[in-house]
Design a protein around this ligand. Structure first.
Ligand SMILES: C=CC1=C(C)c2cc3[nH]c(cc4nc(cc5[nH]c(cc1n2)c(C)c5CCC(=O)O)C(CCC(=O)O)=C4C)c(C)c3C=C
Ligand SMILES: [Fe+2]
Ligand SMILES: [Fe+2]
Length: 370
């Protein structure tokens, strides 16, 4: 095994703090050909589908039965949300805007050299490519911020796997910090509450405000995944902030995959049942999605809207994800600042002119060789 190293390392170049933001990722195009490798990478991840004891059997079923069928329906769903601007996938476009705004906000707030990159867990730009970009910019301290507010092994845990798999290949491993979750961060809760107020100022208040989170199989929760509990915590904190009574809000789980039981209540079944209980006006917010994507635009705002209206609902509102709202970016910037504290150089110990000159001198003497 040849570890990745830089043989012409420049000792005079000041080291940088790297901020890597990540999200789930998206196919390169809304076509069955592009969906095939994306779904394969995604669904072969053992953090996502914790495989039965015979892993080879799951891979066989996945590649021979599931992907050949699903790549067509998924491509169709992606085509319906594909943007005409930017790279196309909403998740990627929005993530890029989040990165640019976070960079603009933090560059003036953090001291010393700071470099930023965006990496996707599946598809492109990959986490490995983003890390190499940061390495090329002399990042020696790394802060990873997965844009999943609630920790889940399938998302945050899997991101850790991808980051560490890449770093295991490096000769000079950077110092590493990894944000685990921010489901209860005051800035995040405020931004959600503000986004609800903004939406309701225009569209009125509903009979029920539904907080819909991506689900996980119930088995994962039974085995110790904290995810459903932290989803409930986010709902409770936002409801308290808005002064809403417990019966005015509800937490549900969407995006089931496969036949086993997932955490309940299910978003789709709830929306189909509510009109018969006299709840005719709902608004849905998806706080677990930091950016709008297939699962919010197509699944909630199209598919689930239809379920509700067909069941006798009268008004359905989808409250957009926090995306690149200023208060969301401010919350993320605060999170980065909190986690970047206490690193000697990140605190502002930028090398002095004399130190830089001395480093240059040493570099010359050493022939700039590592
Ligand atoms: C067993 C399968 C899946 C688990 C577990 C799972 C957990 C999980 N996912 C997200 C966030 C997103 N998922 C997205 C798409 C998506 N998810 C699954 C399956 C599982 N997810 C599939 C097969 C897909 C692909 C789309 C499809 O074919 O239906 C997305 C959207 C990506 C996009 O490009 O827009 C996000 C975001 C979380 C937060 C989570 C566990 C907490
Ligand atoms: Fe998912
Ligand atoms: Fe979905």
């Amino acid at each position: 095994m040849q570890y990745l190293g830089q043989t012409d390392y420049n000792h005079a170049e000041p080291p940088a703090l790297g901020i890597l933001i990540t999200n789930l990722g998206t196919p390169d195009a809304p076509t069955p050909e592009a969906l095939k490798p994306y779904l394969k990478e995604f669904l072969e991840d053992p953090r996502v589908v914790e495989p039965p004891p015979a892993r080879w059997l799951w891979k066989l079923i996945l590649n021979l039965l599931i992907i050949p069928k699903r790549k067509h329906s998924s491509a169709e769903a992606y085509a319906s949300v594909w943007d005409s601007e930017g790279p196309g996938a909403p998740l990627l476009n929005i993530s890029q805007r989040q990165l640019d705004k976070l960079k603009a906000q933090l560059s003036s707030q953090l001291q010393g050299r700071v470099e930023f990159a965006l990496g996707m867990r599946y598809g492109n730009p990959s986490i490995a490519s983003a890390l190499r970009e940061l390495k090329a910019r002399n990042v020696q301290r790394l802060l990873v911020l997965p844009l999943y507010p609630q920790y889940a092994a399938a998302t945050t845990g899997s991101t850790f796997d991808a980051v560490s798999a890449e770093l295991q290949r490096w000769r000079w491993v950077p110092e590493l910090r990894f944000v685990n979750h921010y489901h209860d961060h005051p800035g995040y809760i405020d931004a959600l509450a503000n986004s609800i107020r903004d939406y309701q100022a225009e569209h009125g208040t509903p009979d029920k405000l539904i907080f819909s989170y991506h689900g996980i199989p119930k088995r994962y929760w039974d085995n110790g995944d904290p995810y459903p509990c932290t989803c409930h915590a986010t709902t409770r904190m936002v409801a308290e902030k808005l002064g809403l009574a417990p019966d005015q809000v509800m937490t549900t789980f969407q995006s089931r995959f496969g036949k086993e039981e997932w955490v309940k209540p299910y978003t789709d079944e709830t929306l189909k049942a509510l009109p018969a209980q006299g709840i005719k006006h709902v608004q849905v917010i998806c706080p677990g999605f930091s950016a709008d994507c297939l699962e919010t635009i197509e699944e909630i705002d199209e598919e689930n809207r239809e379920y509700f209206m067909e069941a006798g609902g009268e008004r359905f509102g989808y409250i957009p994800a926090l995306n690149d709202r200023d208060d969301h970016i401010a919350a993320l910037a605060d999170l980065v600042q909190q986690h970047a504290r206490g690193w000697p150089e990140a605190e502002g110990a930028v090398p002095s002119e004399e130190e830089l000159a001395a480093r240059q001198q040493r570099a010359k003497t050493l022939g700039a060789r590592n």
